[in-house]
Design a protein. Structure first.
Length: 425
């Protein structure tokens, strides 16, 4: 019988029953099934309640970045990431930044934007005016959906309306501005947008299709800045190299994409550790990087009159410390405890400082010694293990590949054979 992915009622099965189907479909071994179901601190029953069609879990390394001093307060930073050197790089950059006081941050109120799209409107400008006239009534209706949020100072605070021209005709977009307090806010904002939809349709004599949060959270910004002593970086020549790398990213979106990827090596590791929505954070930030109409770097690096490096980072930061998987996943709860943060705004500021540190580390490596040298030994270890090395053989192979500057899987396998023949096990 041929295999098919069309499985009726898969979601109704227990995780064990799903795994059995998966085992037969993919011809998994008993050992592979055992590995798949070794979910560690996340119990299979809990995982099954978090998402659909659960068959196991995929543990990833959780490391701690050290040395972070942010607004005069010390932080340990939990990071979940598979890429070598990231945690070490963040720690090293934070150590360099400490020389002149570490990182400093600020943020705006945690306002998210919910969009209600109305189409098929004969007079868009008149519809816009009608919505704005009914503003207080619309906000009242929105806030009735979440009295708990309103009770702690949040809720729908304002709205705006814009008319946009599209290839299917004009659209009237109502934007709710919702203070989400310590939540990321997607559920609250979407519920409010749904609730006001009938009012929008009545006011505009149009048809509403989409009513959903925007991940381009331009009203929920976090900023971080730092001064890094030239001596801590390795001299004024390194400062000049970093400033030149900044200029490259500003002039070329191909460079800017990798420049910004370095920022998110740090940020996304922490976002995943706390079970926040890393896809929303990254989507919003990349859109923010292109808000001028041209994609560019999110950070700014300059040299001051003393020859030291000055860096800053601003980006949307829609994260929460309550609700969703953040409070369900046991490791996410521990990660938040390690961070010691009290509000979502503080969390966003810490994340931005981490992103600035990670970008600093990457640019210093590029300007000072080349990115490969910093990565090489850690990457070589992963390659050696993937090739089948274990025990002391891992160290021997890593040392040889780094020395040769040939960190490749085929070379690792050759070395394993050579060392086995020489009896170096």
């Amino acid at each position: 019988m041929s295999k098919t992915s069309q499985i009726s009622g898969f979601y109704k099965l227990s995780p064990k029953e799903r795994v059995q189907i998966l085992k037969e479909f993919a011809k998994l071994t008993d050992e592979e099934v055992k590995t798949l179901q070794s979910t560690g601190s996340l119990k299979l029953e809990l995982a099954d309640r978090m998402i659909e069609n659960v068959v196991g879990a995929m543990p990833m390394p959780l490391g701690i970045a050290v040395n972070f001093l942010i607004n005069g307060k010390d932080y340990l930073i939990p990071m979940v990431i598979e890429e070598p050197s990231v945690v070490a790089a963040a720690s090293n950059a934070a150590k360099m930044a400490r020389v002149k006081g570490g990182f400093f941050t600020s943020s705006t109120e945690p306002i998210m934007i919910g969009q209600v799209q109305a189409v098929g409107i004969d007079d868009p400008q008149a519809a816009k005016k009608a919505i704005l006239t009914a503003k207080e009534e619309i906000l009242k209706k929105a806030n009735e959906q979440d009295p708990m949020l309103v009770s702690v100072g949040g809720g729908a605070k304002d709205l705006d309306v814009k008319v946009i021209q599209t290839n299917t005709g004009p659209m009237v977009i109502t934007e709710l501005h919702v203070d989400c307090r310590d939540a990321m806010g997607a559920n609250a904002v979407n519920t409010m947008a749904e609730a006001v939809t009938p009012m929008i349709e009545k006011l505009t004599h149009g048809r509403v299709y989409l009513r959903i949060i925007s991940n381009l959270a331009t009203k929920r910004l976090a900023r971080a800045w730092t001064v890094v002593a030239k001596e801590a970086l390795g001299g004024e020549e390194v400062v000049d190299g970093i400033v030149a790398a900044q200029a490259f990213a500003e002039a070329d979106p191909y460079r800017a994409a990798t420049h910004n990827k370095g920022i998110f090596n740090g940020i996304i590791g922490v976002v995943i550790a706390t079970c926040n929505d890393h896809r929303a954070v990254e989507a919003g930030a990349h859109a923010y990087a292109a808000r001028s109409g041209r994609y560019g770097p999110l950070t700014v690096w300059e040299k001051n009159r003393d020859g030291d490096l000055v860096g800053s980072l601003e980006l949307p930061m829609a994260v929460g410390i309550i609700g969703g998987a953040t409070k369900v996943h046991p490791v996410a709860r521990i990660a938040l405890k390690i961070l010691g943060i009290k509000t979502a705004r503080e969390f966003g500021e810490v994340l931005t400082a981490v992103g600035l540190a990670q970008n600093l580390a990457a640019l210093r490596a590029l300007a000072h010694e080349g990115i490969q040298r910093g990565h090489m030994s850690l990457h070589a270890r992963n390659v050696a293990i993937a090739a089948g090395a274990s025990g002391k053989l891992v160290g021997l192979i890593v040392e040889k590949m780094v020395e040769e500057r040939r960190v490749r899987l085929d070379r690792a396998k050759e070395l394993i054979r050579e060392y086995k023949e020489k009896g170096k096990l």
